[in-house]
Design a protein. Structure first.
Length: 230
């Protein structure tokens, strides 16, 4: 395949015609694999698995899970950070050069659940390829209702949830990296949380977090969910 312009004007690298990435568009773990794909400008084919489709991932990796990477040798691997490191090592030079930032890792571990609890009810109503049929949307809504409870009640309590999240967002202002710095594993924990929160209209990032987040959107060539925020 001939080289094509990347999102920053550079060439897109074709990793291998046999490779493929399987994802859900809304999934924060899949977001990590799309980050490394964008950072390294890999022309890696992406296939969206429909919600409710347990057969495809089970056939590939023996369980219902995403993301999944089909590797050069035809085998498949899962676990988002394993995929990130595999792609980073397989196509030098490496994009991940910074050491982990313990303060960011700790923040992400505390912020993930409240952030996703805000995002999930909106994800079930979102415009995502994996929800393109009524059956797929119903399967996803049922799955998340089992995991999170009454989704409408969660939407109705948005104000209280955002208020509870605000101290964490305030804390992030003191630890967020400067925009455009070296990439490390911690970036792959932080960015998917902030991207998931972009679907929540009431959430406002502080200026430092916003600058870092917008720079990372640019560096990865990714879009977020702000056009469907509610």
């Amino acid at each position: 395949m001939p080289s094509q312009p990347g999102h920053d004007g550079g060439p897109v690298r074709d990793p291998d015609a046999s490779m493929k990435l399987y994802i859900y568009q809304h999934c924060p773990f899949c977001c990590r694999t799309l980050m490394i794909r964008g950072l390294k400008q890999l022309d890696l084919p992406v296939e969206v698995i429909m919600e409710g489709d347990a057969e495809t991932p089970t056939r590939l990796v023996g369980k219902k899970a995403v993301p999944i990477l089909r590797k050069r040798d035809g085998s498949h691997m899962t676990e988002s950070m394993d995929i990130v490191h595999y792609l980073d090592e397989a196509f030098p030079p490496r994009a991940i050069t910074a050491a982990p930032v313990p303060a960011i890792d700790d923040w992400a571990s505390r912020a993930f659940k409240p952030a996703i609890t805000l995002a999930v009810p909106r994800f079930t109503r979102g415009r995502f390829a994996e929800l393109a049929t009524p059956q797929a949307r119903a399967a996803y809504t049922e799955r998340e209702t089992r995991a999170f409870g009454d989704l409408q009640a969660l939407l109705d309590s948005t104000g209280e949830q955002v208020a509870a999240l605000q101290p964490l967002l305030d804390e992030l202002e003191g630890i967020v990296p400067a925009p455009g710095g070296a990439i490390g594993d911690s970036d792959f924990l932080l960015f998917p949380i902030l991207r998931s929160l972009s679907i929540v209209a009431a959430v406002r990032l502080g200026p430092k977090a916003r600058a870092w987040y917008e720079a990372m959107l640019q560096r990865t060539g990714m879009a977020d969910f702000s056009d469907q925020a509610s």
